[in-house]
Design a protein around this ligand. Structure first.
Ligand SMILES: NC(=O)c1ccc[n+]([C@@H]2O[C@H](COP(=O)([O-])OP(=O)(O)OC[C@H]3O[C@@H](n4cnc5c(N)ncnc54)[C@H](OP(=O)(O)O)[C@@H]3O)[C@@H](O)[C@H]2O)c1
Length: 337
């Protein structure tokens, strides 16, 4: 294949899961460079974001959806290297970032054109690779599904995570009050710097009491929860009347016992979603909303990904170790050299 005068090689280095297990099962492998089909583009990857679902997939607990690459990597940045049929917006050489259905941990990735966005103004590739997965997820779950509005209060659990740091910044930029939980003073301090109005160290303080205290007894209008387990019932306690609780993960357990009378009495909505299996049309609609409403904020750095550490692609195992140690604040990224 030829693109932009440059020959696209037939093969590339990618990080494969040699077998389900710990970080060391991630091994560089030679793979065929993907060929973009109709509606798809090929991106020469400069950087790829690392996300918690990658860790789950590596362990064998989160299989890719049908038709998706078996390689890890839900987001990447780079330049357009080849175009499939029916592409009007993108040109070879465009600097972009994209939500990928898998396959980001590689030198090339193919992706549907609707999941591609321009590199935010002034961003490095490493920063841009840290954007898509968290911004698509937070936009849909906090603003579309949770319906967070200016003047309301958002409670974000896991405030120092990639998702949490994004939710704090976006909710605060759009005029909400933000309360967050995190597991250490250092993480709480980082959340406050990002714009959280209150950060609760959940190891030392009960978040339900803290939310009640911070809201004059009213509770949180929207709760973004990635914990589950006993947080389900406690979220019902922390929610305001007509509150919306959005479940995006269940790290402390998928099965919970809770007092559901609170759902009736407070007229709560408990919803949730997963992003990866959604249609390309759905992802394109989120991309369009982000480009219109959030890209200008990224361009002025009113919001920006919090960068934790960057590792070379071939040392993806170190990135996974870092994530599993749980000390990171914000995003871990892989650079393709
Ligand atoms: N549904 C979707 O569409 C979707 C999309 C992307 C990500 N996710 C999920 O969102 C979560 C965050 O993803 P990420 O990539 O941002 O991961 P991450 O940076 O590794 O963050 C994980 C966070 O979970 C918190 N946590 C874990 N167990 C906890 C517990 N028992 N109690 C309280 N907090 C706990 C950690 O907080 P502390 O360190 O403070 O304990 C940490 O901040 C993951 O669970 C991921 O699977 C969902």
């Amino acid at each position: 294949m030829m693109a932009n005068g440059q020959k696209i090689p037939a093969t590339m280095t990618a990080i494969a899961i040699s077998q389900p297990g710990g970080p060391r099962v991630l091994k560089p492998e030679t793979r065929d460079v993907p060929v973009p089909g109709p509606g798809e583009v090929l991106i020469r990857v400069h950087a790829a974001g690392v996300n918690r679902p990658d860790v789950q997939q590596r362990k064998g607990a989160y299989p890719p959806p049908p038709g998706a690459s078996d390689l890890l990597g839900l987001e990447a940045s780079g330049e357009i290297a080849a175009l499939g049929d029916e592409i009007s917006r993108w040109r070879i050489g465009d600097r972009v970032c994209a939500l990928t259905p898998g396959g980001g941990y590689a030198e090339y990735v193919k992706v549907h054109a609707g999941s591609v966005l321009p590199l935010p103004a002034g961003f490095t590739h490493s920063e841009a690779a840290a954007v898509p997965e968290n911004y698509f997820t937070v936009w849909h779950n906090v603003f579309e599904r949770g319906g967070l509005k200016k003047g309301e209060t958002l409670l974000v659990h896991g405030g120092s995570s990639g998702i949490g740091t994004t939710a704090i910044q976006l909710a605060s930029a759009f005029g909400a009050t933000v309360i967050t939980t995190a597991g250490s003073k250092e993480k709480c301090d980082a959340c406050l710097k990002l714009g959280a109005d209150r950060a609760v160290n959940y190891r030392e303080e009960d978040f339900v009491a803290a939310v009640k205290d911070a809201t004059g007894g009213k509770g949180a209008d929207v709760i973004l929860d990635m914990v589950g387990g006993d947080y389900v019932g406690r979220n019902y306690d922390a929610a305001a009347v007509e509150g919306r609780i959005v479940q995006i993960a269940v790290q402390a357990g998928a099965v919970a016992s809770a007092d559901f009378s609170k759902v009736m009495v407070k007229r709560l909505t408990h919803t949730g979603s997963t992003l990866r299996p959604r249609t390309v049309e759905f992802k394109a609609a989120i991309a369009a909303a982000l480009e219109a409403q959030v890209w200008p904020l990224l361009g002025t750095r009113k919001v920006a990904p919090v960068m934790d550490m960057i590792f070379p692609l071939t040392e993806a195992w170190r990135a996974h170790e870092r994530m599993e140690e749980g000390e990171h604040i914000g995003k871990i990224v892989l650079d393709v050299e």
